[in-house]
Design a protein around this ligand. Structure first.
Ligand SMILES: Nc1ncnc2c1ncn2[C@@H]1O[C@H](COP(=O)(O)OP(=O)(O)OP(=O)(O)O)[C@@H](O)[C@H]1O
Ligand SMILES: [Mg+2]
Length: 555
């Protein structure tokens, strides 16, 4: 299908670079005393679409920040030609003040925000005092804005935002008023509007529903600039890219290596598997040769002088072999996750009665009533902005409804997983976070974190510096430590690398407690096999059927 390019800017703009857009030489990147890469060299040319993959915490985001110029590398060269558009994994950490107008923020992509804001100020001044001087100042500014194609730009922005599924009236709000999903769309709009030669996108499909995701896929396929993308969205990596850079950093203290593969993600997986098999075989052969020679040498020792000499030369060969030995790929570290059985609870776990919630003028939902029985799995569906996160917050007691009430059943303890990791605060260690869950000793808490791959000294790291996936894992470990029998989960698989995602999905799926879940992750929902679906904002309840799976990605 030909992509619908009517709504976007950038790809057709004149003056596109054709050569190398990003040149990286001998790059050394460090963070928190760890070496992420040491001596990486590669190039990205216009039209190249590169996926950057690696386990949670490997250092992908850290590397991106250096490539985009947000942080300085330890050493080496990074040359960027033309403009760079950078989408961060967590837009809340961007240094843009929350009271910035959304429209101005997008316009800032082409440096038009200052002119737009000045024009708005002069318009207000004119309204208050229609003096001749104010009229003249306003019309000069208007003319300048028009000459800079400011008006055309504004309508371009509205179309773009529409393509990404963000209601265009949201542009008139400030950044702080947007939900996580809306904020990401706006950032994408800004980057695409800027028409950069190089896009660095860190998990761009997080928080996007299927329409917006498809739109983005089409955009990226047709994009003529250079793209570097970090994603756990395998479809995106298969459809929109031509090369994979694997950031291979086995352990916490290991130095990473960038390994390049041509082709899509599936092709990379096959090639990688072959590489690992080959390496494992080689390692095995070398080991058995070392064993054979050592045994031989041991036998010869303590016999005749001649044999002792042979033994010595064998020893030398063994030590040479050992020096050059390749390491077999470490056994793929699977997370072995188990959620402890839930403490008993009453038969009705949660009752919501006539819930009503609005933000100012806007009713998010009105008159939503339902109940959840013990062991039941309720999936909340609805388009972006339909109030799924708001409803979960109300159920978790984090937000007061305007009307109605939420009642928990007998002996029910609810644990809440927040979509945007609001529960994880800067300046406190992982262990401090775990200690909030009463009743377990440090040993046990550290063992729980270890189960999620957060082991050793990691327990004392400032949780604010964790990677996206590590934050998800900490929040899940907190839930496990809390020994709840009701889990309220808002997109619990976002940010997880494929292996962790599967492990988390399986662990939750086999947990017999009660769950209320929001998720766009089809595989996860399939494993979970929900009993019922609550459609938002109407609050209509239905039994879950496999047909509904098609809607999961949409809603
Ligand atoms: N100040 C710090 N002190 C100690 N460790 C840190 C610090 N900042 C980052 N790290 C660690 O560096 C590693 C790399 O983080 P980064 O965010 O780059 O990972 P990532 O590959 O993007 O992971 P994800 O897939 O989870 O997003 C993580 O293990 C993180 O905890
Ligand atoms: Mg990251």
């Amino acid at each position: 299908m030909a992509p619908d390019l009517g709504n976007r800017v950038g790809a057709g703009r004149p003056g596109w670079l054709t050569g190398a857009v990003l040149i990286v030489r001998d790059l050394v990147v460090e963070v928190g005393g760890k070496t992420i890469v040491d001596g990486a060299t590669f190039q990205v040319r216009a039209g190249d679409k590169v996926g950057l993959v690696g386990r949670n915490g490997a250092g992908k985001t850290t590397l991106f920040r250096a490539l985009g110029g947000a942080t300085a590398p330890r050493s080496g060269q990074i040359r960027r030609e033309g403009g760079t558009g950078y989408l961060s994994q967590d837009p809340r950490q961007d240094a843009v003040p929350d009271d910035t107008s959304c429209l101005a923020h997008v316009l800032s992509g082409r440096g038009l925000d200052v002119a737009a804001e000045r024009l708005e100020k002069l318009r207000i001044a004119l309204e208050e005092d229609p003096s001749e001087r104010n009229i003249a100042r306003f019309s000069t500014a208007q003319e300048q804005f028009e000459n800079a194609e400011g008006y055309a730009a504004e309508s371009e922005v509205r179309k773009l935002v529409d393509g990404l599924g963000l209601r265009s009236d949201r542009l008139d709000l400030t950044l702080g008023a947007l939900s996580g999903g809306e904020r990401r769309r706006l950032e994408l709009a800004r980057i695409l509007f800027a028409g950069s030669d190089l896009l660095l996108l860190d998990e761009p499909t997080n928080h996007l529903d299927a329409d917006a995701r498809d739109w983005l896929l089409r955009f990226l396929r047709a994009y003529r600039g250079a793209l570097l993308v970090i994603s756990h969205d395998l479809d995106l990596l298969d459809e929109a890219i031509t090369r994979v850079l694997h950031l291979d950093r086995e352990g916490e203290d290991a130095t990473g290596e960038l390994v390049e593969y041509r082709g899509t993600y599936s092709q990379y997986l096959t090639a990688r598997e072959r590489d690992e098999e080959r390496q494992a075989k080689l390692a095995e052969r070398q080991e058995s040769e070392i064993r054979r020679l050592s045994t031989l040498a041991d036998k010869m020792r303590g016999q005749s002088a001649k044999r002792a000499r042979i033994a010595k030369s064998l020893d030398k060969r063994v030590s040479r072999l050992a020096d050059d030995k390749v390491e077999g790929p470490a056994a793929r570290r699977r997370l072995d996750l188990r959620f402890p059985p839930p403490p008993p609870s009453g038969r009705t776990v949660l009752t919501a009665t006539e819930l009503w919630k609005s933000y100012g003028e806007l009713d998010v939902f009105s008159d939503v009533s339902f109940d959840v029985g013990r062991g039941e799995r309720l999936l909340i569906m609805g388009l972006n902005g339909a109030g799924k996160t708001t409803l979960l917050k109300v159920l978790a007691g984090q937000l007061q409804p305007d009307l109605g009430e939420v009642e928990l059943g007998h002996q029910v303890s609810a644990g809440y997983y927040a979509q945007e990791h609001e529960g994880i605060v800067d300046g406190r260690s992982l262990l401090d976070h775990m200690r909030e869950q009463a009743g377990l000793g440090d040993e046990q808490l550290r063992a729980l974190m270890g189960m999620f791959g957060l082991s050793g000294d990691k327990a004392f790291q400032d949780a604010g510096t964790l990677s996206g996936g590590e934050k998800t894992k900490l929040a899940l470990a907190q839930l496990v430590a809390g020994r709840h029998n009701l889990l309220l989960l808002d997109e619990p698989t976002n940010n997880l690398d494929p292996m962790s995602r599967t492990a988390t999905g399986e662990a939750l799926a086999s947990w017999p407690g009660t769950m209320v879940v929001v998720s766009h992750d089809v595989e996860f929902v399939e494993a979970l096999a929900p009993d019922r679906v609550l459609m938002m904002p109407e609050g209509q309840l239905d039994y879950f059927s496999p047909d509904a799976l098609e809607l999961v990605a949409l809603a």
